[in-house]
Design a protein around this ligand. Structure first.
Ligand SMILES: Nc1ncnc2c1ncn2[C@@H]1O[C@H](COP(=O)(O)OP(=O)(O)OP(=O)(O)O)[C@@H](O)[C@H]1O
Ligand SMILES: C[C@H](N)[C@H](N)CCCCCC(=O)O
Ligand SMILES: [Mg+2]
Length: 262
């Protein structure tokens, strides 16, 4: 049984997005919560009855499992895909070392190219269209893919609006402002930013957040608290919990309704 938002019970099917929304997820740095927030946004969409797909087209820091080389980010995004998506389509380019992807690729003789990666993403959009598609980069906005192209060029080639995840720590105000300036200068729409707490409590966090809100001229899609280890042990549950602090981008929030599975 399905229930509409604000706990009023309603068996009607959720309002579906008229057109799918796709966005590129970048961050103020590496390890600041892009995957965590992207997974939470996908979880929010899924819980509202929308179809979802999360892609991590290029990943370094991969490990071997029974399926071969896999990456934790891609697995986290895969867990939020509705309907399910196969691993290969989520993360076709994967490299073991936990280093910058262009260097990891070069070490094994692979040249990462925007045109090929963009073609893969477009192929997914066409063959498996979803209400919400999120494409996660790696590290920050200007991380290279090769000697001439950056992850930002991939977002530009795809013409995707950008979601900026701001990892709340000392230094993030500068990183967030510079990143938004760069995205604007690159001519892309900013779908919004998310403030993600990287510690239980940082000094003057309210003042930092007020400064971010004053200086980042973009919609704030949410402020996600630091979650303790017990909450993170189940990644699907953690994403669903974080989802409650977020709004979906690009008008998707108002085009969907909360659905509770019984
Ligand atoms: N709000 C939070 N509460 C608790 N842990 C968090 C939170 N946000 C992120 N983390 C943890 O911080 C680590 C880094 O987050 P995440 O992997 O999402 O970073 P990233 O920006 O995607 O990194 P990369 O550049 O490697 O893709 C992960 O272990 C994640 O579970
Ligand atoms: C391995 C790591 N966690 C990320 N996936 C890749 C981060 C690349 C950062 C490159 C840089 O800006 O120096
Ligand atoms: Mg990540």
């Amino acid at each position: 049984m399905k229930t509409a938002d604000s706990s009023s019970r309603d068996t009607a099917l959720p309002a579906r997005a008229e057109h799918g929304i796709a966005a590129f997820v970048t961050g103020t740095d590496t390890e600041i919560g892009k995957t965590f927030i992207a997974s939470a946004l996908l979880a929010r969409a899924r819980l509202r009855g929308l179809t979802t797909l999360g892609l991590k087209p290029v990943a370094s820091d991969c490990f071997e499992n029974h399926d071969g080389l896999v990456n934790a980010d891609a697995l986290s995004l895969q867990a939020q895909c509705e309907p399910e998506a196969d691993y290969e389509s989520i993360n076709p380019w994967r490299f073991a070392p936990a280093i910058a992807p262009h260097i990891a690729a070069r070490q094994v003789g692979v040249n990462l190219e925007v045109a090929k990666i963009a073609a893969h993403v477009r192929g997914q959009q066409t063959s498996a269209p979803r209400d919400l598609l999120l494409v996660e980069g790696a590290g920050g906005w200007r991380v290279p893919l090769n000697d001439d192209e950056d992850f930002s060029d991939l977002a530009i080639e795809l013409g995707l609006p950008v979601i900026l995840v701001v990892g709340l720590r000392l230094g993030c105000i500068n990183h967030a402002r510079l990143t938004l300036e760069a995205i604007e200068r690159d001519g892309l729409e900013i779908a919004g930013y998310v403030i993600n707490h990287l510690e239980a409590d940082i000094e003057v966090s309210e003042d930092n957040m007020a400064t971010l809100s004053r200086t980042l001229r973009a919609p704030c899609l949410g402020v996600v608290p630091w979650m303790c280890d017990e909450d993170l042990s189940n990644t699907r549950h953690a994403a669903e919990r974080a989802a409650s602090y977020l709004q979906l981008p690009c008008g998707l929030e108002s085009r969907s309704v909360h659905v509770v599975q019984e």
